[in-house]
Design a protein around this ligand. Sequence first.
Ligand code: NAD
Length: 481
Amino acid sequence: MSIKTPITVAYGDGIGPEIMRATLDILFAAGAQLELEEIEIGEKVYLRGISAGIEDSSWESLRRTKVFLKAPITTPQGSGYKSLNVTTRKTLGLYANVRPCVSYHPFVQSKHPVMDVVIVRENEEDLYAGIEHRQTSEVYQCLKLITRPGCEKIVRYAFEYARNNNRKKVTCFTKDNIMKMTDGLFHQVFDEIGAEYPELEKEHWIVDIGAAKLADTPEVFDVIVMPNLYGDILSDVAAQITGSVGLAGSANIGDHCAMFEAIHGSAPRRAGQNLANPSGLLLGGIMMLNHIGQGHIASKVHNAWLKTMEDGIHTYDIFKEGTSKEKVGTKEFAQAVIARLGEKPSQLKVADYPAESKKIHVEIKNRPRLAKETIGVDVFINWDGPSPNDLGDKLATCNTEALKLVVISNRGVKVYPDGMPETFCTDHWRCRFEQPEGKAVTHQDIIDLLSNVSKAGFDFIKTENLCTFEGKKGYSLAQGQ
Ligand code: NAD
């Protein structure tokens, strides 16, 4: 008798319990060797006053089993609640989010008959760091954090995934024409690591035109790697154009743990009606079986599911007169898949997972500390005065020997000196002070400057040091500077 793999299971909210029951019924009917530890997450936990949506005891289960099959949850509206999905991914170090989006033409109607794209989304950084501040009456800020190790991990994962899965091409989407430092780093790391995979074709697209091409000609893409936010948005687009957002599963992979889910949410309006398509979660479950080394069961389930698609037995979201044969509910769909266990699709590509899973382990070994010098400071000021020149002239009186005002920008655009009267200004000013000869300054130099700024009656709301790394500037210029 095979040994059962312990996994943690959460039934979630909305359509979650129905699609989880359907998924587990299919997995067990196929002979999956699983021992379930059930945990409660989501709405009920949030409403008990636990802002993370998950109890401490549930973390213990996750850290013990290291494998999580999770149904979607509802995040209550309101600022008191943190997204459980983001927290789980980051707490467990699940840095790679793998989302295959496949067209099942001609059995599921899609405008794109040929499509087999895997989106590899960075899962821990970017705007999802969740560091947001209101800085003035008018201005709110969300920090976009992109790190070198974060880029190296996800980009290497994407190339290893492509190599392991006989993929031909890896594409990178960024917006590095605008965010030259953050997205620029992601692109640069893509080029560096890509050079180690000569057998794979590589390309980079600016995310806006890349997204347009993905929606228009998905057949030209294979594996696409991207930062968190673009990956979140574009994997929904990619899944939807295969026929339904309900058709895509997702694996969240880390060095220690992994979480498997559908890419869609809890669809509360469809809950409790036996309507929802369980395919996304089932495909997540298939990725889980592959991950835990039950590849033969993964193949059996996947092929039975493909055969069900071919036989036109469809839930409401993909049911189309003419293409589909029978409209079924969640339970009946699961029964149809179970009835086909052991069968293979006749036209769609037969699934064949290896008996042993090939785990991808990415190690970041080389993390050199670069020579860093501070040569200035941006002081952000909340100010409601009449004109940028007025602010500039007053602030210049705060100059010290070490730090002198060189430019003021508002929402990134230079407004002093020599601003344009047409530029719209808010109450949030970035005032750049630099050491006149580009020499290093000390913390005390910055404190002295801030002391003058404060004494002059200004409300400074934050500072950002202007640094060089090995002599290279580590900050952008103001637009127009
Ligand atoms: P959603 O994905 O729940 O639903 C979007 C649309 O897709 C709806 O029209 C829905 O009917 C349809 N749909 C989704 N899954 C389907 C399925 N399996 N079968 C058939 N139709 C399906 O997105 P939403 O409405 O924006 O969000 C609802 C809730 O889900 C929110 O509280 C959100 O925070 C949460 N959410 C959770 C996750 C997660 O747990 N991983 C992900 C996204 C959203």
